[in-house]
Ligand binder design. Structure first.
Ligand SMILES: [Zn+2]
Length: 261
């Protein structure tokens, strides 16, 4: 763990001015997520079970980046991962800051979510509080430009191959949909770490998020399917019906849609 933190601090120092303006905790949180999220990056094409699947909510194939471009970025069940990206420059047009406790400063983009997801997060946080659990929103919306800035700075410093090992390519982050929020609690010092799952807050979220339309998008034991390590802090809004189905059947979006990343 100590070695990891030393490495982390060394890499953070290379990122540049854009992130240096941010608070230490959220800066580290963003970095950790990117690093964890791409450990399993591969260059093989999306695994598709039939020609029909190729067309499933896919507008085109981005040959340069070897990514499928989704055709439904505004749907709450939009499905992106390391092989499926949002259209170039996609920005949700209904971003708002949910009225919950945030780690990022006022006015920061990371406070933002699409309106429907923001309303649902307010309900989730409020119900959690009633049950005695104080949650905090750490990192929500992330623009493609911001992701590109981060990714390019990594490429500049480390080369593309190395950068791909710990940073998501622009267009492929769920945070760009405006439907994902990383959350945490004081009991884990507001960090984005697996230990959150073992806290009272994390347990409550795991058991109740679906009632509010949220799922833990990268569950434990599904790394081979999602391409992401367990992220108990990454909540993704998909709507109550789908969230309840995914929760009840223990499915990821990859399994639900019938093909892996
Ligand atoms: Zn996240």
């Amino acid at each position: 763990m100590k070695v990891l933190w030393i490495g982390l601090i060394a890499l953070i120092s290379l990122i540049g001015c854009e992130v240096l303006e941010e608070t230490d905790i959220t800066r580290e949180a963003d970095f950790m997520e990117e690093k964890r999220g791409t450990v399993f990056h591969e260059k093989t094409p999306l695994s598709l079970s039939s020609d029909e699947d190729v067309d499933k909510n896919v507008a085109e194939y981005d040959e340069e980046n070897e990514l499928y471009v989704v055709s439904n970025p505004d749907e709450v069940d939009v499905y992106v991962n390391k092989k499926r990206r949002l259209p170039e420059g996609y920005e949700p047009d209904d971003l708002v800051a949910p009225d919950v406790e945030h780690l990022s400063p006022e006015g920061d983009n990371r406070r933002l979510l699409r309106e429907e997801a923001a309303d649902a997060l307010e309900d989730l946080f409020s119900e959690a509080l009633d049950a005695g659990h104080n949650l905090i929103a750490v990192s929500g919306y992330r623009s493609e430009d911001r992701q590109r800035t981060l990714y390019n700075s990594y490429v500049e410093q480390h080369g593309q191959e190395e950068a791909d090992r710990f940073s998501a390519r622009p267009g492929t982050s769920e945070h760009q949909t405006g439907l994902a929020m990383d959350i945490s609690a004081a009991s884990v010092s507001f960090g984005l770490e697996e230990a959150f799952s073992g806290t009272n807050e994390g347990e409550w979220v795991k058991d109740n998020a679906h009632h509010f339309g949220y799922v833990i998008r990268y569950p434990e034991g599904k790394t081979d399917i999602t391409g992401y390590v367990y992220e108990p802090w990454h909540l993704r809004y998909v709507g109550e019906e789908l969230a309840t189905h995914l929760y009840t059947e223990s499915l990821t979006l990859e399994e639900y849609f019938g093909y892996h990343y």
